[in-house]
Design a protein around this ligand. Structure first.
Ligand code: DX5
Ligand code: ZN
Length: 220
């Protein structure tokens, strides 16, 4: 079954604990947490303290998406805060393999993400070492942007790459940005196994109904 990962970027931050719990109760599989530094992306969001607070609010795995340059400086802080997955951007670190190793040594599942203009080939030599690949279907920085259809082609390429390489334990294929109940099926058919949903989820008003609709549209 496809995993649904609500992004708390679109939640009510004043009621963050409740919002995280509500996502869990609605049937979410992961909680996606967007960390932005105002340098890699033009927005600033949250740090390890908020991750630690979210950890206390749910039993779901925390999927922490680091949109920060030199993520290696903060990997240990986010690991201590309770991240279950830590995803770094291919574009944000010079030594990607080292960053992935550092995440694993901290006892956390390692993810790598690529921006819309970064080809799948850029992660060809790391796909076998990661637990998650996050394909951005918007330029990172903000919730509520429109899905970039080219991401579907990249999902297909990524799936094919993993297959061709015969990766022993294949990474979870996740897509992030502009996912709605209407395009969820296209993303899954292209290869996505996990869907990040920010504005479509928290903007829906009825989280349970939203999850139900997504699952219906996916035929699950
Ligand atoms: C964008 C973030 C996304 C964002 C998705 O920079 O990485 O996780 O929260 O929000 P929507 O689903 O509204 O595009
Ligand atoms: Zn994200």
């Amino acid at each position: 079954m496809t995993k649904i990962a609500p992004s708390i970027l679109s939640a009510d931050f004043l009621r963050l604990g409740e919002e995280v719990k509500a996502a869990e109760e609605a049937g979410a599989d992961l909680i996606h947490i967007d960390v932005m530094d105002g340098r890699f992306v033009p927005n600033i969001t949250i740090g390890p303290l908020v991750v630690a607070a979210a950890k206390r609010a749910t039993n779901l795995p925390l999927d922490v998406h680091l949109m920060i340059i030199e993520p290696e400086k903060y990997i240990d802080d986010f690991a201590r805060a309770g991240a279950d997955y830590l995803t770094v951007h291919e574009e944000a670190t010079v030594h990607l393999q080292r960053a992935v190793q550092q995440i694993k040594e901290a006892g956390v599942k390692a993810g790598v993400s690529i921006n819309p203009a970064t080809p799948v080939s850029a992660i060809e030599d790391i796909v076998a070492d990661v637990d998650l690949v996050l394909v951005m279907s918007v330029n990172p920085g903000f919730g509520g942007q429109a899905f970039i259809p080219h991401a579907l082609k990249k999902l297909r390429q990524l799936k094919a790459l993993i297959k061709t390489k015969g990766v022993q334990s294949p990474p979870l294929i996740m897509v992030d940005g502009g996912i709605t109940p209407d395009n969820a099926r296209d993303a899954v058919e292209a290869g996505a196994e996990a869907l990040v949903m920010g504005s479509a989820f928290y903007g829906s008003g009825d989280y349970k109904a939203l999850v139900k609709k997504v699952r219906e549209n996916l035929g699950e």
